[in-house]
Ligand binder design. Structure first.
Ligand SMILES: [Zn+2]
Ligand SMILES: [Zn+2]
Length: 343
């Protein structure tokens, strides 16, 4: 079968590999669409960041929609031919955090497309517990958005967003825009997106942002207070991962507000802790998802979330480097989520 393999930084190759078969508890999925995640882009542009480089070459990708091609021993809730999507995590089920049901924090965690071969291929092997049925009303395009949506839904849960809240989202990438959709679905009345790229900011407006705050227009904190007429956001979600974005996220909050850190950081930053002490602000991390994959499917199925505007192009898997990865690096205004069509 054909697969897009990571050999090293700036070295992705479209090659032939043997077709895999599912082990116990696993599904073999015939991939229809695979999404390019910010994580995949980082591994291409400046990796290895999280990818198991010692296992290279490794097929990348963990966002997909497709059909079950085979089921492993012990799998009873999926049948060959059913449409499915999935998320990326593997967990052990036995460590102390797994025993608490917090599988996203598993100490023995694996991840499709980083530690095992991923979905930018004709077939992918995934654990059945990380897969979800796609109802007829949810297209493959929407199905391929379930994984990033699940990340955003978990972040909104960590933020304890309540009906009527004001939420600030820092970041205009896929996760930031998914956090906007998730916060609205959770009942936030006002959602402000702090953006760097005008094209993405316009998309945030089209997706229902109350207003977009551009970094180039001056202090985002005074912009937020001016536009909202209030003291700041009840919750703010950091979806960037730059050294200075956690500080901004905390400063966007009202007193007693909650900041959620979703970004993946490659360098440390500085942080003024006095901005936490007297206003009693709370900061909490958010790592991938637990059961939010199913929640994402349900919200797409009943129309409370429409992720289709986030898909800015569909390109053939064989052209992934030029029309996918390079396009994303070159033009952040025009490209958000690029889906690869698998032949
Ligand atoms: Zn992803
Ligand atoms: Zn575990």
């Amino acid at each position: 079968m054909k697969a897009l393999r990571w050999y090293g930084r700036k070295d992705l190759r479209y090659v032939d590999v043997p077709e895999p078969s599912p082990g116990p508890g696993q599904l073999k999925v015939r991939v229809a669409l695979a999404g390019i995640c910010g994580t995949d882009l980082k591994e291409y542009a400046s990796g290895p960041v999280m990818i198991a480089a010692e296992k290279a070459p490794i097929t990348i990708g963990h966002e997909f929609a497709g059909k079950v091609a085979a089921v492993g021993k012990g799998v009873s809730d999926f049948r060959v031919g059913e449409r499915v999507t999935g998320v990326g995590y593997y967990y052990c089920g036995e460590c102390y955090v797994c025993k608490e049901g917090r599988y996203n924090l598993c100490v023995n965690q694996g991840f499709t497309g980083l530690f095992t071969d991923g979905c930018m291929a004709e077939y992918v092997i995934v654990p059945a517990y990380a897969c979800y049925h796609l109802p007829d009303g949810v297209s493959d395009e929407a199905g391929a958005m379930v994984e990033p949506l699940a990340v955003a839904l978990h972040a909104v849960r960590q933020a304890r967003v309540q009906l009527g809240n004001t939420v600030a989202v820092v970041g205009d990438g896929t996760i930031g825009l998914c956090a906007l959709l998730a916060a609205k679905a959770a009942g936030a009345s006002e959602v402000y997106v702090v953006a760097k790229h005008r094209g993405r900011g316009e998309l945030a407006r089209a997706l229902g942002a109350t207003a977009v705050i551009y970094l180039s227009d001056g202090s985002p904190v005074s912009q937020l207070q001016k536009i909202s007429g209030g003291p700041g956001a009840d919750a703010a979600i950091e979806c960037v991962g730059y050294p200075d974005t956690p500080q901004l996220t905390v400063e966007l909050l009202r007193r007693g507000g909650i900041a959620v850190i979703v970004g993946v950081f490659s360098q440390p930053g500085t942080f003024e802790f006095s901005t936490m002490t007297f206003p009693e602000k709370i900061m909490v991390g958010s790592s991938i998802y637990v059961h939010e994959g199913q929640t994402a499917v349900d919200l797409l199925a009943d129309g409370r979330i429409d992720a289709s505007p986030l898909v800015t192009s569909l390109v053939p898997l064989k052209d992934a480097v030029k029309l996918g990865f390079e396009a994303l690096l070159a033009n952040k205004d025009a490209n958000i989520k690029i889906l690869l069509r698998v032949p």
